[in-house]
Design a protein. Structure first.
Length: 204
């Protein structure tokens, strides 16, 4: 990149530089956040029927060249807030490559409306270390949104790690409860899922 110009005190300025960015990965995603779900589950040989009236499935796809080394993602369904019935949020946090963290959320306050909001993540003190992968996960978070909304998110149980038999690929896929408040004082409750893709496990 090159640039030449004149400053306010008539100094001639010239710049010639190469600019490099880290983690500059363009990620594409689409989501269907509330699919009606009908069917059965088999748990230890016992068939359990899905109650479709109180069940839903979040279905999405992502594609990109390359991959981030780690991230925390929240799928959130907010309810019990006046005027905000059925709000859906997809919230991403990932390293910027410069010692900081980037965060943004796609918010669907109602069908047909999508908003992109800057967000900030504060990790709580409660943690759990997997005896299988030796990875330590945070279990509580506070998310601050640029519009003044604050959400407190917590997992309902510690061990919600998914892994293969050889513990070569692991993610934390945990059900979470949500409480919070909007800028105007309206209370928020909800539920959802946290996905944590951590750095490579360190075996004991």
């Amino acid at each position: 990149m090159s640039f030449t110009g004149v400053s306010a005190n008539n100094n001639i300025l010239s710049l010639c530089a190469n600019i490099e960015t880290e983690n500059a990965i363009l990620v594409n995603e689409w989501s269907v956040p509330a699919c009606k779900t009908i069917g059965t589950l088999n748990v230890n040989g016992t068939t359990v029927e899905v109650i479709s009236e109180s069940s839903l499935t979040w279905y999405d796809r992502q594609w990109q060249e390359g991959s981030a080394s780690e991230w925390t993602w929240f799928e959130l369904h907010l309810d019990s807030a006046p005027g905000y019935t059925g709000e859906k949020i997809s919230n991403w946090f990932y390293p910027s490559g410069f010692g900081t963290e980037r965060g943004f959320a796609t918010v669907r306050p109602e069908p047909g409306v999508n908003q992109v909001v800057a967000t900030h993540l504060i990790e709580g003190e409660r943690t759990w270390t997997s005896p299988a992968s030796n990875v330590t996960y945070h279990l509580d978070w506070t998310v601050e949104y640029a519009d003044g909304t604050v959400l407190n998110i917590s997992t309902i149980r510690e061990d919600q790690e998914l892994r293969d038999d050889n513990v070569t690929f692991i993610t934390y896929e945990g059900y979470v409860d949500v409480v919070g408040e909007r800028r105007n004082g309206d209370k928020i409750t909800g539920y959802g899922l946290v996905e944590i893709f951590a750095p490579a496990p360190v075996h004991k």
